[in-house]
Ligand binder design. Structure first.
Ligand code: ADP
Ligand code: MG
Length: 552
């Protein structure tokens, strides 16, 4: 087949434009990205070979080789992983297939400074090769297929693909034609240092030089090493690799379980929200291994959706190696793994949450992932109590700080028997809403619930510690029974007599007619003249609005 020229997907072109023209300071990360891909490719072939042993042929030892040629000014990276055929090359190296990408591209502002920092968070994977190379050639042959292919691009709008017998017998060879300004990446000591820094955790041996047989990295799976042998840097780099993440982990959990089931978990809670956090699929990002062999990163049921922010690996000793991805779903071992993960993660989050010294740190986690965690309140009844302890709120009295339910309850006023809340889209709006005036005047704290998910869990949880959750936009909230701190200026306000008011309410009822169910005198207002409330048995006002938006 003759050479074909194809255009990059528009998103890729935008990305490449930023990559090539921005002064992204850590250019060396391109090597980490390419090694990470090569290692993934070996993992994928190891898995495929479980069901089709012939895919490996007599080339059974996975490795990644890196060769610099100072005369030709090329840096070459070779792996004997799964390889790519023509379609794979076009799909994988011409588009951005990763979920969350459209969200990411939408976030690009055109302001190069901001975009560079965004790219730092998102990572550009394979395309980062163009930070140091003016031309990239990818020779590849997919395991089990006869035809080899060559993909070539200068990173400017298009690439070519053609059949090429110069492709490796199996796997991928990437040849980077290094820019004049970046020839430091042809120096062996520089390369060695970069590999050590970013890729030591890679489980496949990385060989530097055309002939060497000694690997630069330790070449065993990081999670199999004991904690005391792993530095924080290594954990971080592993997190970047396994999570396709670029921030620092907020929390690292590394444990080995021995008992009913045997497994190792190495999980990370990120610092930053990934771009696909609110993707409707609600997929998690924990990779499942069985005795060091990568099985899948889509093991449904391994991690509940409300913990989908977790990244990392779980390596089981009990699942059969030949477990198909389909068979996993109802596997009892998977159910036990999930129970172990949930217990461990909620336990460690609770330790953080309960420690007053770590309140600021926990607040960062809460602001990133609290809205997701709350989904567990109605999806995982068994862990509801653990989850309730993790909840934090901004309230009418908290001055922007986060408050736990225990703190709220300890501050309840005499005669107050409910936990009051108001829901809405924005904190500043709900805070000022007329429905909270009376509560504020009495110093009765009101939770400000501004995540869309809030409507659902308050409706489902209903009460905690014997205290019901009550919306201040409902008629039943009876403020007169609560002994608040009457604020002095209230007393100075003119109090209308009941007589005046009944004439007014009668007039309002007459005027509004069918538009309202009732017009009542209220204790809850201090500054505003009127406010809308829902009747006790009726749907909360914000929920009515939410459902209307969704056409219900
Ligand atoms: P990501 O690794 O996050 O998927 P990349 O841009 O790094 O994104 O890589 C894009 C895709 O290209 C990979 O998902 C993989 O399918 C393919 N790919 C890249 N490098 C290789 C390789 N060495 N061997 C096989 N496939 C590869
Ligand atoms: Mg990658």
């Amino acid at each position: 087949m003759s050479e074909e020229r194809l255009s990059f997907q528009a998103e890729v072109s935008r990305l490449l434009d930023i990559v090539a023209h921005s002064l992204y300071s850590e250019k060396e990360v391109f090597l980490r990205e390419l090694i990470s891909n090569a290692s993934d490719a070996c993992d994928r072939l190891r898995y495929a070979a479980l069901t089709d042993g012939s895919l490996l042929g007599d080339d059974r030892d996975f490795k990644i080789r890196i060769v610099a040629d100072k005369d030709a000014k090329t840096l070459t990276l070779i792996d004997n992983g799964i390889g790519m055929n023509r379609q794979d090359l076009v799909d994988n190296l011409g588009t951005i297939a990763r979920s969350g990408t459209s969200a990411f591209v939408k976030n690009l502002s055109g302001d190069s400074k901001k975009d560079v920092s965004l790219i730092g968070q998102f990572g550009v994977g394979f395309y980062s090769a163009f930070m140091v190379a003016e031309k990239v050639e990818v020779f590849s042959r997919k395991a089990g297929e006869a035809t080899g292919w060559r993909w070539v691009s200068d990173g400017q709008g298009s690439f070519t693909v053609a059949e090429d017998e110069a492709a490796p017998a199996r796997g991928t060879r990437i040849v980077m034609h290094i820019r004049e300004a970046e020839t430091e990446f042809l120096e062996e000591h520089r390369l060695r240092h970069v590999i050590k820094t970013y890729s030591d955790h890679i489980a496949v041996p990385i060989l530097l030089g055309a002939e060497t047989t000694d690997s630069v990295n330790a070449a065993n799976a990081l999670w199999t090493r004991s904690k005391s042998e792993i530095t924080e840097e290594q954990y971080k780099e592993f997190y970047h690799h396994v999570g396709h993440a670029f921030d620092e982990p907020w929390l690292t959990l590394h444990w080995r379980a021995e008992g009913v089931i045997e497994y190792t978990g190495l999980l990370f809670v990120p610092q930053q929200r990934p771009f696909d956090l609110f993707d409707p699929r609600r997929a998690h990002h924990v990779k499942l291994y069985v005795r060091r062999v990568f099985i899948t990163d889509e093991a449904e049921g391994l991690v509940p959706p409300y913990l989908r922010f977790l990244k990392g690996v779980v390596d089981s000793e009990d699942l059969p190696l030949n477990v198909s991805r389909e068979m996993l779903q109802n596997n009892p071992v998977l159910t036990k793994l999930k129970a172990g993960i949930v217990k461990r993660v909620l336990g460690d989050l609770n330790k953080k949450a309960a420690d007053p010294e770590q309140a600021a740190d926990y607040a960062r986690f809460w602001d990133a992932f609290g809205a997701v965690l709350k989904e567990g309140l109605y999806e995982d009844y068994a862990h509801r109590d653990d989850l309730l302890k993790l909840l934090r709120f901004r309230t009418t009295e908290s001055k922007g700080e986060l408050v736990s339910l225990a703190t709220y309850i300890s501050r309840m006023k005499e005669g107050q028997d409910a936990i009051y809340y108001i829901t809405g889209d924005e904190k500043s709006a709900v805070e000022k809403s007329p429905q909270v005036e009376g509560f504020r005047a009495k110093g009765v704290e009101v939770l400000l619930l501004t995540d869309p998910v809030d409507e659902f869990w308050v409706g489902s949880v209903r009460e905690t510690d014997g205290k019901p959750f009550k919306s201040v936009t409902r008629g039943g909230a009876d403020l007169s029974k609560i002994k608040g701190e009457e604020k002095p200026e209230d007393e100075k306000k003119d109090k209308a007599s009941d007589g005046d008011l009944s004439a007014l309410t009668a007039l309002l009822k007459l005027t509004l007619g069918e538009e309202v169910k009732d017009v009542r005198r209220s204790e809850r207002l201090t500054d505003s003249a009127v406010c809308l409330v829902a009747d006790d048995g009726d749907m909360d006002i914000h929920l009515q609005r939410l459902l209307k938006q969704h056409g219900q």
